[in-house]
Design a protein around this ligand. Structure first.
Ligand code: ZN
Length: 266
């Protein structure tokens, strides 16, 4: 080929390669850059306690810390900010000198989360600052999931304690597991997928080995499967040949293998 033609062609290829890599990285970065964070109203109702002193020392900017955790939660539950995400405009986050750990109340657009300063003190006594930070992040991931997760339709309410409740609490702990929010060794064999919390959460996380988008699709299934049901939703996401009971049995067998005993083997 004539060198007069080769050089411009070469430059053209270089230009094209440059453009496509720029647009690729821009596409990746733009997935969440327009996400609208809620207003965080941090209220300290535990001033004067040791728990507040510890919390304030370890997390001096709670608003930023909560927003960073929100991003982890929505990225686990959705593909992009354009998805159907509950419109949480404001979060009242209170540190309180009470027993218990943490809980979420209210419903979008305003949700309320309390966190116990006594729990902070207990965590500090059990493992120092590292433990407080690990525990605070884990608990926050769980409670924030309640603010941003979708809810099953046509199968009663949370208070019924049925599949609605299993989904809500199981998904909250699945998001916590997915983001490394539980100590190693918490995953154990036994129980039932109906137990909720960690027992269900670890199972749902394991189902990402069947489909990497399982948690996002399972969350979205509440919009697509009405009335919702655990088995129906699993069939909707993974295919009709699957059933929740058969997958639970397969998961239990896996937990008894060498790699199943290692939390980091997902
Ligand atoms: Zn919960």
């Amino acid at each position: 080929m004539n060198s007069k033609i080769v050089l411009p062609l070469f430059l053209l290829v270089l230009l094209y390669a440059g453009c496509s890599s720029v647009s690729l990285s821009r596409k990746k970065a733009s997935a969440w850059e327009n996400f609208r964070y809620p207003e965080i109203n941090f209220v300290n109702k535990a001033s004067g306690t040791k728990g507040w002193e510890i919390y304030n020392r370890i997390i001096p900017k709670p608003e930023e810390y909560i927003n960073a955790s929100i991003l982890e939660v929505v990225k686990t539950l959705y593909w992009s900010e354009k998805d159907s995400i509950p419109g949480v405009n404001k979060i009242n986050y209170e540190l309180r000198n009470v027993d218990g750990i943490s809980a979420k109340g209210g419903a979008p657009p305003v949700i309320n989360i309390f966190y116990s300063s006594r729990w902070v003190e207990k965590s500090e006594a059990g493992g120092g600052d590292d433990k407080v930070l690990f525990e605070t992040r884990g608990v926050l991931l769980h409670e924030l999931t309640h603010g941003f997760q979708l809810e099953p339709q046509g199968i009663g309410t949370y208070a019924d304690g049925g599949e609605f409740w299993i989904f809500i609490e199981g998904m909250a702990d699945a998001v916590r597991v997915h983001n490394g929010g539980f100590p190693e060794g918490n995953r154990k064999p036994g129980g039932s997928w109906k137990d909720g919390y960690q027992r269900t959460g670890y199972f749902l996380e394991w189902l990402t080995t069947k489909d990497p988008d399982f948690l996002r699709k399972f969350n979205r299934s509440t919009l697509e499967v009405v009335p919702w049901g655990f088995d129906k939703a699993i069939k909707h996401v993974l295919g009709r040949r699957h059933s929740v009971d058969a997958l639970w049995n397969e998961y239990q067998k896996y937990l008894k293998t060498a790699s199943g005993k290692n939390l980091n083997s997902f």
